[in-house]
Ligand binder design. Structure first.
Ligand code: URA
Length: 209
């Protein structure tokens, strides 16, 4: 079953408070999302495999650890997921970046894929699918379907704020996908916004309101 991790580090919680506030402007919002994504990536990469190599310090020879070079990928769900990419790449700069775009079908209200571009070696990479908000879970489920349909095997989902409803939907649809969250909020409202949330993450990131 999927594991759900809530990253309640004080720095993450502090920065979240400021992105939640309605008077926080676009520039600050974007910078804070970037910083939170970096802090989350630090926690999310805790289990990366290491190799031991021989090195020589100015004092003696010793064995020391380096990353074993696991291939990683970051896949933002368009468009708000883009706001998390640079922050993650600060820690894992060699990761490749894919993109998944989804729109909501006006009749079925279900997310439908309109754009997918992934690295060629999908099957060999571990992916972080990222979106600031996990609301109903529909987009996250569909984005992960898009990756799995193209051969991705090892996927983690990372978001800033989640609603319990979305976590349940994602866990049930993809029990093999662990979920990393900075804050688990109360609920969804009747318009599908997370409460208390932060409003529309895409609009706040890109200043389109
Ligand atoms: N998407 C958002 O940007 N905000 C929400 O509260 C829910 C979905």
């Amino acid at each position: 079953m999927a594991k759900v991790y809530v990253f309640d580090h004080p720095l993450i919680q502090h920065k979240l408070t400021y992105i939640r506030q309605k008077d926080t402007g676009t520039k600050e919002f974007r910078e804070l999302v970037d910083e939170i994504a970096t802090l989350m990536a630090f926690e999310a990469t805790r289990d990366l495999p290491l190799d031991e190599i021989e090195i020589e310090t100015p004092v003696s020879k010793t064995k020391s650890k380096v990353l074993s070079g696991k291939k990683l990928g970051v896949v933002p769900i368009l468009r708000a997921g883009i706001g998390m990419v640079d922050g993650i790449l600060k820690l894992i700069p060699a990761a490749k970046v894919g993109h998944v775009g989804l729109y909501r079908d006006p009749k079925t209200l279900k997310p439908v894929e309109y754009y997918v571009k992934l690295p060629n070696d999908v099957e060999e990479r571990d992916f972080f699918v990222v979106d600031p908000m996990l609301a109903t879970g529909g987009s996250a489920v569909e984005a992960i379907n898009s990756l799995k349909n193209r051969g991705a095997k090892n996927i983690t989902f990372m978001c800033l704020i989640a609603a319990p409803e979305g976590v349940e939907v994602l866990k049930n649809a993809h029990p093999d996908v662990d979920i990393y969250i900075a804050a688990l909020d109360e609920k969804l409202n009747e318009k599908g916004y997370i409460v208390p949330g932060l409003g529309d993450a895409g609009d706040r990131l890109f200043g389109t309101k």
